[in-house]
Design a protein around this ligand. Structure first.
Ligand SMILES: Nc1nc2c(ncn2[C@@H]2O[C@H](COP(=O)(O)OP(=O)(O)OP(=O)(O)O)[C@@H](O)[C@H]2O)c(=O)[nH]1
Length: 385
């Protein structure tokens, strides 16, 4: 459903939220199926004896049965927007405030321009975009003799939005595939350790479920023992099953294959595949990603490969991005941990570097702290609007 984020255009202005209208837009659409068929998913056999589907994720272990159903309803768009927007503003405002305080001076000295440059570089905007922005601002301020602080702010907003590039297609490819829509969409997350891959998939699961889509999770992170449990817990909270191996260190490609097979057999709308964190310089592990993708593709083409990057890692994140993009065919970036960092400039740097758009941003550890990326709203957040 390519309209996933496109609908932001219509809904966000009314909500004035950092792109959360995208979720609302999704919910407004007619869906092929309402909820995952958990019971059915559980009945499906998988090829490998040690790979299983938690057939009734919403039901807790015996002896621990609560009186009320355990399945949660994801937080409503209207109640999360203020919280998320203020987080982005809080993390971005040191940058915005510093830029504006310098630009609002009557006369900008060479020292002031240097300070601006330094501020932008420290926000991880990257050398190229920084000099472009400084150049554009210098020209405009000089030519139009701009002194008024409000005018300066608008100028800065326009130039920053240009750099972030609102024209990029940021829609998530989560439509069913195949000529008659007989195949599920397959979304895979990749990235180095601890960037927030599992958490992002958990949050995304909630969004898709709230949207009325049936989802299956594939725990192909067999390296970290707790990763499959973590994913399973995320799924269980919203009644989504997880295909996983009961054996630590199992072949991740085998789990991914079984997940894809089950997703197809169960006719779910979207399969989300988690992968283990891996350093971009470990060739064997990077090759493993290719293998996972190849076996999944035997069942259904991969719709999205999302590279999950920790926004606080700066230049190092860019190095990771380059290698993952080459090896794993990344189609979108998820920038996590944007709460609590003033390094939002990485959005521009990573998009330029890869030619791949930032599609989602993580703004906290909470279950609903994920938002579609929107250039204007992001810049507004940075400027502390
Ligand atoms: N503040 C903040 N924390 C986040 C965000 N996204 C994830 N985290 C936290 O980052 C930590 C790592 O998240 P995981 O989802 O386990 O990361 P991972 O990439 O799956 O980890 P590996 O499988 O070990 O590679 C957890 O403590 C998450 O709660 C975010 O947007 N903001």
């Amino acid at each position: 459903m390519n309209e996933f984020l496109d609908l932001l255009v219509y809904i966000v202005p009314a909500l004035a939220v950092i792109g959360l209208g995208g979720w609302a837009g999704v919910a407004a659409q007619k869906k092929r199926s309402a909820r995952p068929t958990q019971g059915d998913a559980g009945k499906e056999a998988t090829d490998s004896s040690d790979i299983s589907i938690d057939d009734d994720p919403a039901v807790p272990a015996a002896g621990d049965v609560p009186a009320t159903p355990a399945v949660e309803v994801p937080e409503a768009v209207t109640s999360r927007f203020t919280r998320l927007r203020s987080r982005l503003a809080a993390s971005g405002s040191p940058l915005g405030a510093r830029l504006l305080s310098v630009l609002s001076k009557d006369h900008l000295s060479e020292g002031d321009w240097d300070e601006l440059e330094e501020t932008l570089l420290m926000a991880d905007l990257g050398a190229g975009p920084t000099s472009e922005l400084i150049e554009a601002l210098r020209t405009q301020v000089r030519v139009h003799a701009i002194k008024d602080a409000a005018q300066v702010k608008e100028l800065l907003r326009t130039e920053l939005v240009k750099l972030v590039d609102p024209s990029l297609d940021r829609s998530l490819k989560i439509d069913r595939q195949g000529e008659g829509g007989e195949l599920p969409a397959v979304v895979m997350v990749v990235g180095v350790n601890g960037t927030g891959k599992t958490t992002t998939l958990g949050k995304l699961t909630r969004v898709l479920v709230a949207d009325g889509r049936s989802v299956l999770l594939g725990a192909a992170d067999t390296f970290r023992a707790a990763a499959a449990d973590q994913l399973e817990t995320w799924g269980a909270r919203v009644g989504v099953a997880t295909v996983r191996s009961d054996r630590d260190g199992a072949d991740p490609a085998s789990v991914a294959f079984d997940a894809a097979k089950s997703a197809k057999e169960q006719d779910v709308d979207v399969l989300l595949v988690d992968t283990a964190g891996r350093l971009q310089n470990k060739t064997g592990l990077m090759d493993e990603l290719g293998k996972i993708a190849r076996v999944v593709t035997k069942e259904a083409p991969i719709s999205e490969v999302l590279l999950v990057l920790d926004a606080t890692t700066g230049q190092n994140g860019l190095n990771q991005a380059r290698v993952f993009a080459q090896v794993a065919g990344v189609t979108g970036i998820v920038l996590t941990k944007l709460d609590g960092t003033a390094k939002g400039g990485i959005v521009v740097a990573v998009q330029r570097e890869l030619g791949v758009p930032v599609k989602l941003i993580g703004l906290g550890e909470g279950p609903d702290d994920l938002a579609p990326f929107d250039a204007e709203q992001f810049v507004a957040g940075i400027l502390g609007d």
